[in-house]
Write a new protein. Structure first.
Length: 69
């Protein structure tokens, strides 16, 4: 696993989701704010709760340590 988290800017959520299609990911976690200011999270079926938490913590650590491109 790489130790750099790539942030790919996009104009809107639809562009982000479209860019993530095409079989480049084995597993995904999507976190975001809904249009009515609610928080929503989703994950692919091949992830257990612990796997989702691990992905979130890895991403959080990379953001905190500024290991992002």
């Amino acid at each position: 696993m790489a130790n750099i988290v790539k942030l790919h800017p996009a104009a809107d959520p639809d562009e982000v989701l479209k860019a993530a299609t095409g079989g480049i990911y084995e597993s995904v976690v999507i976190l975001g704010w809904t249009k009515d200011d609610g928080f929503s999270g989703r994950a692919s079926l091949n992830l257990e709760t612990a796997d989702v938490l691990l992905l979130v913590e890895i991403f959080k650590a990379a953001l905190i340590s500024e290991a992002v491109e």
